[in-house]
Design a protein around this ligand. Structure first.
Ligand code: NAD
Length: 467
C-alpha cells in the first residue's frame, strides 16, 4: 500500500464567491482556455494512473482493468470527445426568425452559468466527480468537487492531483462528509450537480432552492431486468452476470432484479451459474477480478438480505475481507426484503413470471428506475416493455450499453433523478441556452404600438402569418 495521499486543504469558506470572482474575469469564455484545462486534466489522469488504481484497490478492491475502464477510461473519453467537439457545441445555433421580427436574426447561445458544485458518491468515486467536471469546464464554468468520504483513498488522490495542477479559483476539491457538503450547499453556487441516493438528493435540491440554483440529480433505484423465454439464454446470462457483478454490484445501472419467464427459469439459472464460474472461477473470493464491498455498514446491510429464498449461486461472505460472493437467489417474491430497496451489491434476486402484462402493470406502479433491461428475440416484446415502463435509460439484449454510448445522454427520471450528462448532454447541462435576437432599426412598424388602431379581428388573422 502506498503512503497516504495528502493535499493542502482548500478553504471551504467563500469558495463559491472566489470562483465567481474568477469567472467574472471572463477567462473561461475563451475556448482555447477551456481546452487547455481539459488537456491538463487528461495529463493528470495519465500521470497518476498507478496512484488512482491503487486508491481504487484500497477503497473497493477494484481489479485494475475494471477500475481503469470505468473510472480513468470514461473520463478520458469524455475529455477526448469534448476536445474534438467543443468548437461545434459552443457555436451559436441559428434558428428561424419569424416575419414579425424581420429584418433580424435569432440565435441560441450557450453560455456558462458560473461556478458549479459537483457532489459525488463512492461507487465510482473518481468518475462521478471528474466526468461532470469535464462537462462543467468544457462549458466554461468553474467547479468545486466534493468526492465521497466513503472512498477516502480515491478522494485523497483526486484532491492531491487537482490541487497540484489547478488554481482553486477555477477547479477545487473539498474533501469530507456531511459537514463540508452542508457548508458548500449554503454557498451561492450557480449550479449544483449531485450523484448519490434519493434521500440526500432531496436535501441537496432543497438547499439549492435557497439560491435558486439549477440542479442535476443523478440518483438510483431498483433497475428491472426482464428475461423472456425466447432470449438467447447464454448471452443474456453472461451480460447480466457481468453487469451485476462488475464492481461487486455497486453500480447505479446494474440490473437490480430479474423477472424471468417461468418456462425458462431453470435454463436461465444454469446459464447464470455457468457465467459466474466462467468469470470468477469456482471460488470468486480468490479471483483477482472481483471487487469488495465498500465498508462494514454496507456489508452488514447486504448480509441481512441473504438467507431467504433458494440460493442458486454464491451466498458466501467474509466480513473481514468485505467479501460477498456473486449471489443469485431464486423463488423470490415481491414481499421479500430484497425487493424493498435498491440492493447496490452482488445479490441478484430472480422472480419467475407467467404473465408479462401483469408484471409490467406492477412495475408501472413503482418509482421510475435509472435503467431498464429486456432480453428477448422478439422486437415487438422489447418495444412493449419499453413503452410500458419509463426509465432514465434502457437497453435491449444488453446491460450498461445505454451508458457506454457517449452520443446518448445519461441520467434518471422521476425518483431516479433529473437532468443528464456525458458528451454533448454534459455541455448542455452546464450551459445556459440563451435566446438572442438581433434586429435592424428599420422599418419600425407602428402596428404593435399604442394607441392600438388595428381591429382585434384583423390582428387575429394577421398573427399566424406574422409568426
Ligand atoms: P449518499 O447520497 O449518501 O452520498 C452522496 C454524497 O452526498 C456524498 O458526497 C456525501 O458526502 C454527501 N452527503 C451524504 N449525506 C449528506 C447530507 N445529509 N447532507 C449533505 N451531503 C450529504 O450516497 P449513497 O446513497 O451511498 O450512494 C449510492 C446511491 O447513489 C445509490 O442509490 C446509487 O444508485 C446512486 N448512484 C447514482 C448514480 C447515477 O449516475 N445516477 C451513480 C452512482 C450512484
Amino acid at each position: 500500500m502506498n503512503a497516504p495521499e495528502t493535499a493542502a486543504a482548500v478553504d471551504v469558506d467563500g469558495l463559491a464567491a472566489r470562483q465567481r470572482r474568477f469567472f467574472r474575469t471572463d477567462a473561461t469564455r475563451d475556448l482555447a482556455f477551456r481546452k487547455r484545462q481539459l488537456r491538463t486534466l487528461k495529463d493528470l489522469l495519465v500521470r497518476n494512473e498507478a496512484a488512482i488504481l491503487d486508491a481504487l484497490k484500497q477503497d473497493l478492491g477494484r481489479p485494475p482493468s475494471e477500475a481503469w475502464t470505468s473510472e480513468i477510461g470514461i473520463v478520458v473519453t469524455e475529455i477526448d470527445t469534448a476536445l474534438k467537439r467543443l468548437d461545434r457545441w459552443a457555436r451559436p445555433k441559428r434558428v428561424r426568425t419569424p416575419f414579425l421580427l424581420q429584418p433580424g436574426s435569432s440565435r441560441l447561445v450557450s453560455e456558462p452559468f458560473g461556478s458549479a458544485l459537483i457532489i459525488g458518491t463512492w461507487n465510482y468515486p473518481l468518475q462521478l466527480v471528474l466526468a461532470p467536471a469535464v462537462a462543467a469546464l468544457a462549458a466554461g464554468n468553474c467547479a468545486v468537487l466534493k468526492p465521497s468520504e466513503l472512498s477516502p483513498a480515491t478522494s485523497a488522490v483526486t484532491a492531491r492531483m487537482i490541487g497540484e495542477a489547478f488554481d482553486p479559483d477555477l477547479l477545487a476539491v473539498v474533501e469530507g462528509g456531511i459537514e463540508p457538503t452542508q457548508a458548500l450547499l449554503k454557498q451561492d453556487f450557480d449550479y449544483v450537480f449531485f450523484t448519490g441516493g434519493t434521500r440526500v438528493g432531496r436535501i441537496v435540491m432543497a438547499a439549492a432552492a435557497e439560491h435558486l440554483a439549477p440542479v442535476t440529480l443523478e440518483l438510483g433505484g431498483k433497475n428491472p431486468c426482464i428475461v423472456a423465454a425466447d432470449a438467447d439464454m447464454k448471452t443474456a446470462a453472461r451480460r447480466i452476470a457481468w453487469g451485476k457483478f462488475f464492481n461487486a454490484g455497486q453500480t447505479c445501472i446494474a440490473p437490480d432484479f430479474i423477472l424471468v419467464e417461468n418456462s425458462a427459469q431453470s435454463a436461465f439459472h444454469d446459464a447464470l451459474k455457468g457465467a459466474i464460474t466462467e468469470f470468477y472461477g469456482s471460488d470468486p473470493a480468490a479471483s483477482a477480478d472481483y471487487a469488495r464491498i465498500v465498508n462494514e455498514h454496507h456489508f452488514d446491510r447486504l448480509g441481512a438480505l441473504l438467507g431467504r429464498g433458494r440460493t442458486v449461486a454464491g451466498g458466501g461472505t467474509d466480513r473481514a475481507a468485505r467479501y460477498i460472493a456473486p449471489t443469485v437467489i431464486a423463488d423470490v417474491t415481491w414481499d421479500d426484503p430484497v425487493m424493498a430497496d435498491e440492493i447496490f451489491g452482488p445479490i441478484l434476486p430472480v422472480i419467475a413470471y407467467d404473465d408479462l402484462d401483469a408484471e409490467l402493470a406492477a412495475l408501472r406502479n413503482r418509482p421510475k428506475p435509472l435503467a431498464l433491461y429486456v432480453f428477448t428475440a422478439e422486437k415487438g416484446r422489447a418495444d412493449k416493455v419499453l413503452a410500458a415502463i419509463s426509465s432514465g435509460g434502457a437497453a435491449v439484449n444488453d446491460v450498461f450499453a445505454q451508458m457506454l454510448n457517449a452520443e446518448l445522454p445519461f441520467g434518471g427520471v422521476g425518483a431516479s433523478g433529473m437532468g443528464a450528462y456525458h458528451g454533448r448532454a454534459g455541455f448542455d447541462t452546464f450551459s445556459h441556452r440563451r435566446a438572442v435576437v438581433r434586429r435592424a432599426t428599420w422599418p419600425d412598424v407602428k402596428l404593435k404600438y399604442p394607441p392600438y388602431k388595428t381591429p382585434l379581428a384583423v390582428l387575429k388573422r394577421l398573427l399566424p402569418w406574422l409568426m
